[in-house]
Unconditional design. Structure first.
Length: 718
């Protein structure tokens, strides 16, 4: 860290939304101005700044100072104040008024404007309206700086200052000081611990009601982030006592107050010693799903006039497929149930069934709608069916501006049947909104593999529906002959059953297989092997593109064989071009978007390629499946390199070739369904790199359903 002081000679770029700035700073020591970059709210040319930051070297523009924090050094002498005010950043002050102010108040001029604006009317030419205009302009100009200074004093990154100012305006510091826990609820990215740090710095007592409420909500949200829909009362009481030093009696009182306020629901069941505590929204989603499914199932389904022979002939004519007796039975059942679930492992014909159902419903003149939870899964569904498929968000008409779905019980989806593929990825919230938008006369078909990883969001919806036995479920078990020849499919089923996959040791040779295991017990050697596979061995033997066709899938982010380190190594090997400032991205880098951005129409897990980096305007562009999306540099927190991604992020996708590092260092995340999910992402080639011990750990760890959820019992009536 270094500190520089100087005046802003020129502002090259300024983003009004997030205050990302590129500017030239002229110091007293150096003749040549220094380039500074970072979040610098409401700075103006001519101002004197004291900047704390780190040097970075840009390959084209040379040395730059990345701003960590800064403060405005207000001028002290009358002459300096005169130049400062003449820069024009305060509305209502021209040269004549500046001269009059300096003549009257001299070196106290800025103090008068900030602290005693009523005295401005003592200056000739300034009336009450003009004085108010000057005061307001000064206050607005410095409000962001007050927030930033407040955050710095509390050890919080200043990048949050723009979000806070946008939410609360000029009174932001007062609002935070009065209720620091409010920002954790109101502003994305600011969690409980940041709020609590501010509160403790302000000297607020640890048993203050607002803190206890925030602790309770924080604990529940932690459980929700792990996939649970509720947490037991006893767990909250113990955590508040052990972690946050809050007496259990006070926590109990706070929970009851939150129930009265409509934020929580506590549900007690017969014989249970402790109640289940839900966020109100999750309780409504869980009970809403159960009620809606029961209501849909209560509606009689009309008889559809088509026999087995007609179905067989139409599928054979349109798709050139002869259905198995198992598939034919499921297809016929689709016509006589209001809702069904189709599940099964790879190679059991789920995709064939989806295509056949489409064909039969078209013959009957029925309107069918295809959807999946993610953009990648929807694109894949469209490719295999040769029909339009969309994300669930899109068919429901999600309005990113208001955060609501346009389709609901009052404005239902216009379809006779809806097929949802990759249904195991649908969380409880999305299923609730989907069911609300399905008309009572629509057929719902959920297709998915319950042995894959559950949804990223809360709930275990598909498994709960199947386990409740309320909806007719068909598990496809027969592996088709063409799939039996695939070592990927057969090893996936071995893993599914908890058996060791057939590990071929004679790796890539002149007679290539589909599935390999390369034993590497040390993470650094595993990384070297993965880089060599991507750059040389796989492209040479299989003729796969080293970037677009090969995907590395790893259980976690951290560690030598985690995404962070693997991406650095693979970027260096596959795309070592000149990076933009900070060395994070290169042109032609493979990148992934990390969260749903409905405004840009880019979604969590979408993978694209960087097509341009415009340093002068602080922007880069990414090509997503032929559509170019622009990002300001400040928005690139939504991007990460994607040469290696987590197994969780790969759900709903398939890749020609998959490489999976599986090390004992990944112990915390080694589970059977994670290994199974990783293997089933590969279409033509899967290579495991790691240790047999790690594979054994994953096979023995079969805990896919350990999520707290009440949906199964609500559906079954337990």
């Amino acid at each position: 860290m270094i500190t520089l002081q100087g005046h802003l000679e020129r502002i090259t770029y300024y983003n009004e939304e997030n205050h990302y700035t590129v500017a030239r700073l002229k110091t007293n020591k150096d003749q040549t101005p220094v380039t500074v970059t970072g979040f610098m709210p409401a700075v103006s040319q001519g101002e004197t700044l004291k900047i704390r930051g780190r040097w970075e070297t840009h390959p084209k523009y040379g040395r730059q100072l990345k701003v960590e924090s800064f403060e405005v050094v207000l001028p002290a002498s009358a002459d300096e104040i005169k130049k400062y005010l003449e820069s024009g950043f305060i509305n209502g002050i021209g040269p004549k008024i500046v001269a009059a102010l300096i003549s009257r108040y001299k070196d106290r001029t800025l103090e008068i404007i900030e602290k005693n604006p009523e005295k401005l009317t003592d200056v000739k030419g300034i009336g009450k309206v003009k004085a108010a205009q000057i005061s307001n302009s000064w206050r607005e100009h410095h409000a962001l700086r007050d927030i930033m200074r407040f955050l710095q004093e509390n050890g919080i990154t200043t990048s949050y200052s723009a979000k806070i100012f946008k939410e609360y305006g000029d009174d932001a510091v007062n609002i935070i000081q009065n209720d620091p826990y409010r920002i954790a609820c109101d502003i994305s990215g600011i969690g409980f611990y940041i709020s609590d740090r501010i509160a403790q710095n302000l000297g607020l007592p640890k048993d203050k009601p607002e803190r206890i409420n925030a602790c309770i909500i924080h604990i529940i949200e932690q459980f929700v982030a792990q996939g649970h829909t509720f947490i037991y009362e006893e767990q909250i009481l113990k955590r508040c006592e052990n972690i946050f030093k809050i007496e259990q009696s006070k926590t109990k009182d706070a929970m009851l107050n939150l129930v009265d306020a409509g934020e929580l629901v506590i549900e007690k069941t017969a014989g249970a010693e402790t109640g289940a505590v839900y966020l109100k929204s999750l309780y409504e989603a869980e009970t809403g799903i159960a009620d809606r499914i029961k209501a849909v199932l209560s509606v009689p389904i009309p008889s559809l006039r088509i026999d087995t022979q007609q179905i067989t002939q139409e599928v054979l004519r349109k798709l050139a497929i002869k259905l198995s007796s198992e598939q034919l039975n499921v297809l016929q059942e689709c016509l006589s149930h209001r809702a069904i679930v189709i599940t099964g492992g790879p190679g059991t014909g789920k995709t064939t069934l989806i295509r056949s159902i489409n064909t039969v419903f078209e013959l009957l003149g029925k309107k069918i709608m295809l959807a999946a939870p993610t953009g990648r899964a929807a694109r894949r569904l469209s490719e295999v069916t040769s029909r339009e498929a969309n994300t669930i968000h899109k068919i429901l008409g999600y309005n990113f501006k208001d955060g609501f779905f346009n389709k609901n019980q009052d404005n239902p989806l216009d379809a006779d049947a809806i097929i949802i593929d990759e249904a195991s990825m649908v969380d409880i919230y999305l299923m609730f909104y989907l069911l609300k938008a399905i008309s009572m006369h629509c057929l719902l078909i959920l297709v998915g593999d319950t042995f894959q990883l559950p949804s990223v969001g809360p709930g275990n919806v598909l498994a709960d529906i199947i386990n409740s036995k309320i909806i007719k479920t068909f598990e496809l078990k027969k592996i088709f002959r063409q799939a039996q020849g695939s070592t990927i499919v057969m090893n996936a089923h071995r893993v599914r059953a908890g058996k060791m996959p057939d590990l071929k040791k004679d790796c890539i040779s002149e007679n290539p297989s589909e599935f390999y295991f390369i034993e590497q017990n040390k993470p650094d050697r595993a990384v070297e092997t993965i880089v060599e596979l991507c750059t040389k061995r796989i492209p040479k033997v299989f003729n796969f593109d080293c970037v677009n066709d090969i995907q590395v899938l790893t259980p976690m982010h951290k560690g030598e064989a985690g995404t962070a380190n693997l991406n650095k190594a693979l970027q260096k090997a596959l795309n070592p071009g000149s990076a933009r400032k900070g060395g994070r991205f290169n042109i032609e880098d493979k990148v992934m978007h990390l969260k749903n951005n409905y405004q840009k129409e880019v979604f969590n897990g979408d993978i694209g390629t960087i097509t341009s980096i415009d340093t002068a305007n602080s922007r880069l562009s990414v090509d997503y499946y032929g559509r170019i999306v622009a990002y300001d540099f400040a928005e690139t927190e939504e991007l990460s390199l994607a040469y290696a991604i987590t197994v969780h992020k790969s759900q709903g996708s398939e890749y020609p070739a998959v490489i999976v590092p599986i090390m004992t260092q990944h112990f915390a995340l080694l589970q059977r369904n994670l290994l199974y999910t990783a293997i089933t992402r590969g279409k033509k080639l899967v290579i495991l790199v790691g240790s047999k011990k790690a594979i054994n750990i994953a096979l023995k760890n079969d805990r896919p359903g350990n999520r707290l959820s009440g949906l199964e019992n609500r559906l079954s009536g337990a």
